[in-house]
Design a protein around this ligand. Structure first.
Ligand code: MN
Length: 239
């Protein structure tokens, strides 16, 4: 089995390079894979599935649909930007929505998949906002608003978050080592794949007597890329 993993594409109309890279990827490398996992923040923001009525989102969904029609299994996990992706998106693209975390067995290796934001436990303010935004009460109230109001609310939130992030020490924005160990320990796995932190690479982690590895996916603000799990060693591919 050949599985590809990407995250943090942050697609938006404003950044055509990332969109073009995705289309090239979906029409190239991804077609020969068995499965593609998008582990969160596919979109820069997602106002709800009625966002599919906008042509930009419909075009992206169409390319994903084309991939699944060719028999590639597509799995999508929520990120902190696009956690309102729902059933309609899945129906129109042929994707399945993955819970965060999800445990998958890939080529005989139990692999823990996460977006990665839940590992950033030092960022207490963010975790508190996350708990609110993931509650069904907040989501129902948010989705009940007209599209235009939702979009401006999200854009305002993003501006606010940009300002807050500038003031935060970089270490707070990275994963907490104990949270990583705890995730690997409680799921009994040696391999973790996540995105979110925009710090791509392979990290060795010692958990009790086990040697584990944490693979961090690259964001697509920069060059972008993906992780390939096939037979043999995992491979982090940069565009
Ligand atoms: Mn993220």
């Amino acid at each position: 089995m050949r599985a590809l993993f990407a995250s943090d594409l942050h697609l938006s109309e404003d950044r055509p390079e990332a969109n073009e890279r995705l289309i090239t990827f979906l029409e190239g490398k991804a077609r020969s894979a068995d499965a593609l996992y998008l582990l969160g923040d596919l979109f820069e923001y997602w106002i709800g599935d009625d966002g599919l009525d906008e042509s930009f989102n419909a075009v992206i969904a169409g390319f994903l649909r084309d991939l699944t029609r060719r028999g590639v299994r597509l799995s999508v996990m929520h990120g902190n930007r696009d956690f309102l992706i729902g059933e309609r998106f899945c129906r129109e693209t042929g994707a399945q929505l993955l819970a965060d975390p999800t445990l998958e067995e890939i080529n005989g290796v139990k692999t823990l998949l996460m977006h990665g934001d839940t590992l950033c436990t030092d960022d207490v303010d963010y975790q508190s906002w996350r708990a609110t935004a993931r509650s069904s009460a907040w989501q129902q109230q948010f989705l009940a608003q007209p599209v235009a109001e939702r979009r401006s609310a999200i854009l305002a939130l993003r501006e606010k978050s940009k300002a807050v992030i500038q003031e935060k020490p970089a270490a707070i924005m990275d994963v907490n080592r104990d949270a990583v160990r705890e995730a690997l320990r409680c799921h009994g796995v040696r391999r973790l794949v996540h995105g979110h932190t925009h710090r791509p690479g392979r990290h060795a982690v010692q958990v009790d007597a086990r040697r584990c590895e944490r693979w961090v996916l690259p964001d697509w603000y920069g060059r972008g890329g993906y992780l390939e799990l096939a037979r043999g060693e995992p491979r982090l591919v940069r565009f």
